[in-house]
Ligand binder design. Sequence first.
Ligand code: HEC
Ligand code: HEC
Ligand code: HEC
Ligand code: HEC
Length: 410
Amino acid sequence: MSAPRQLLTWTIAAIVALLLLVGIVVWRQRIAVQQSSSFLVGDPRIGAQVFQDKGCGQCHAILGSGPKIGPDLGLLGAAGSNMNGLATQMWNHAPRMWEQIAHSSVVYPQFTAQDMANLFAYLYVTCYDDESGNTVHGEILFTQKSCIRCHSIGGVGGHVGPDLRDIGAVTSPIFWAQTMWNHAPAMETHMRALNIPWPQFEGEEMNDLLAYVRQARGGPEMESELLPANPNRGWELFRKKGCIDCHAIRGSGGNVGPDLGSLGSPLPRNLTQMAGRMWNHSPQMWAAMKEKGIERPTFEGQEMADIIAFLYSVRYFELGGSPAIGRDVFSERKCSQCHGPDARGGLIGPNLRTGDKVFTPVSLALALWSHGPRMYSKAQELGLGWPTLNESDLSHLLAFLNSVPSTQQK
Ligand code: HEC
Ligand code: HEC
Ligand code: HEC
Ligand code: HEC
């Protein structure tokens, strides 16, 4: 990995670290945002160590470097860049993996919940596509989106706004989002005067543009100074900056803007897209603020990072599953044969809905490593195959396991 890419990866790593929340007591049935402080957070740097300590590194390479007994976990791609996918892959491949472990010198690993959170943080980060952006397309966009009418880059272009090569530390996606947000009102005024429509960004466009500005700018990156972002502080800021007056988080809060905790519109996968989203909506948001007499908040230091960390943390596990569908999955996948149709314990498997445990993809993976081999040998005794899962099953399954037994039959 090149140094900038590595730096970016670690930045994302650190942000993502905060998003890896397990043991959330939060979501039972109604998710109370007030409780969003009860996160157990994973740290990818420690996860890298766990990966070695637990022997994963004896069979798996990460992005090409390492042994080839198991698949390269840096190349899980889409599956690895989302928790459900990662937990599903791990679950499905577990028996073959255990066989390999049994035939190797690797000691079967034991995990604590924190180990697993760290490990997932690490795997997530290695699979995270930092989408370095297409500088050539970025240069085209700089003209297409009219930036060039007011900004130059190294002298070429307009002079209404500053030369973007001279501006400070906007080279990280989060700083970029923050800078764009803070300067949007002034830009809007100028755009209106020049009759330039507010440019909209889609897909990777903002990313490409940032890549272009970054490349033109050169110089050191600032990212490492930004960390660590803190979702709890982000939640505080979300209230303090007045976002909550207009945006609810899963139903609690204002309704002038969209609910930012709702499952309808998924949050963008990458941070630059998030910046694009806020940029696109900036004029409408500002208009709404004027109407409500709310002063437009600006962000300093790592405030934007904190807010974005918070927004992702609320959404991280996309807990949108349906307990009812999950119940069907549970029986279709034959989990019910051992754990009972209600998952409240069967002849062979224990009660999974004791109410004192919250299942997330990470805690399911933890259960897989701790209890899976016994489960697997029982399945073999009974002539059952290993129950495999689809990624789309997982959120339903978790919703079902997390539902309170007496209220689940709706
Ligand atoms: C002794 C070798 C060995 C060890 C140790 C090992 N694995 Fe594996 N792993 C494998 C093999 C082999 C597969 C592929 C199994 C298959 O094809 O079904 C695999 C598959 C996987 C997969 C699914 C990959 C995919 O492409 O879908 C994940 C995720 C995974 N392992 C994670 C881990 C983690 C995390 C550890 C450490 C706790 C670990 N493995 C330790 C051999 C190993
Ligand atoms: C109509 C003129 C205009 C257009 C078009 C415009 N900007 Fe700006 N931009 C400005 C002005 C004026 C400022 C300084 C605002 C301030 O001082 O708050 C600014 C500030 C900025 C800053 C902050 C610079 C700093 O000092 O930190 C960034 C980044 C930026 N613009 C990026 C863009 C991008 C990217 C585009 C294209 C999508 C764009 N601008 C389009 C006028 C414009
Ligand atoms: C005065 C009301 C108001 C305040 C305060 C406000 N917003 Fe908004 N926000 C809106 C409106 C209205 C929209 C939708 C604009 C549109 O439809 O284009 C929006 C859209 C958004 C979007 C895009 C949502 C999507 O689904 O694409 C994000 C992200 C966002 N706001 C974040 C924030 C954050 C973070 C804060 C606090 C710093 C904030 N907003 C403060 C009214 C507000
Ligand atoms: C062949 C029987 C069998 C099948 C099928 C089965 N399990 Fe299990 N399961 C067990 C047994 C036995 C244990 C306890 C293992 C132990 O004590 O280590 C267990 C343990 C578990 C645990 C850990 C419980 C804890 O205390 O943390 C979870 C979670 C779990 N199973 C989920 C599932 C899911 C989800 C499925 C379907 C995809 C499934 N099981 C299918 C027999 C089974």
